[in-house]
Design a protein around this ligand. Structure first.
Ligand code: SAM
Length: 233
């Protein structure tokens, strides 16, 4: 049983409540069981899942206050960061989307077994949902889904004007910013903050916080093939 809660305290400034710990433990158990049937994540050791998935999903909250926002997690995979956010912040309204049906089935198993409320998992490609859910979310978040210019194009339309797009990135975020040229201007976004975390104990992380200033130009998002073809990647 995981017991290094000190690392949560060191990084987040608090130790999770017993109820949260219990939910995380149950989540880990389901992840292991289901991962044995089909591949959900390469990271399965207890310490790594709690640190590189659970804690990593929350690092951005050191810079950004979560309350009762309506949040979209694009490409949630096995639930990072969306399920972890729901466990820590039950007052949020969360939508998880993923284009992989197995991942969505897994998300629904977790939602049901953990009795999570006001959270839905949708099997859909983000670029197909974007025009249907135009400007619906206070916060659009995504971890490890695509290169910066690609994920920004997928995410921007979903955010309300004045809303945030938060991208949980690794140490190469600066290269991605450089290679993505002025995608933020094209999408009417502005990069407000860059959170650099050098000493997490599990690798450097950089999180990017964008805000949406105006409606997304009609052109975006384009077809996925076109987005990827023109990416600075
Ligand atoms: N966010 C999770 C994490 O950090 O562990 C999963 C990351 S995984 C590398 C990328 C996920 O994004 C996959 O589950 C994939 O199916 C999903 N994905 C990729 N492109 C997508 C798209 N256009 N729309 C929806 N989901 C997408």
């Amino acid at each position: 049983m995981f017991n290094n809660w000190k690392i949560f305290e060191n990084i987040l400034g608090f130790i999770p409540s017993e109820q949260i710990k219990q939910k995380l433990n149950e989540y880990y158990k389901i992840l292991l069981e289901e991962n044995a049937k089909y591949n959900l994540t390469r990271i399965i050791s207890e310490e790594e899942v709690y640190e590189k998935h659970f804690l990593d999903s929350l690092l951005f909250t050191k810079e950004f206050k979560i309350s009762d926002q309506n949040i979209l997690d694009i490409g949630s995979g096995p639930g990072f960061p969306g399920i972890v956010l729901k466990i820590f912040y039950p007052e949020t309204e969360i939508t998880l989307v993923d284009s992989n049906n197995k991942k969505v089935n897994f998300l629904n198993i977790v939602i049901e077994k953990l009795k999570l409320e006001r959270i839905v998992a949708k099997h859909v490609r983000a670029e197909e949902l974007a025009r249907i859910e135009n400007e619906k979310y206070d916060v659009v978040i995504s971890r490890a889904v695509a290169y910066l210019d690609v994920i920004l194009e997928l995410a921007s339309r979903f955010a309300k004007i004045g809303g945030q797009i938060i991208l949980l990135k690794g140490p190469r975020a600066d290269d991605e910013i450089k290679n993505s040229k002025n995608i933020d201007q094209k999408l009417k976004l502005s990069l407000d903050k860059k959170q650099i975390l050098e000493d997490t104990g599990f690798g450097e992380r950089i999180n990017l916080f964008y805000s949406k200033k105006q409606s997304t130009p009609e052109l975006y998002p384009r077809d996925y093939a076109k987005i990827v073809k023109e990416s600075g990647k």
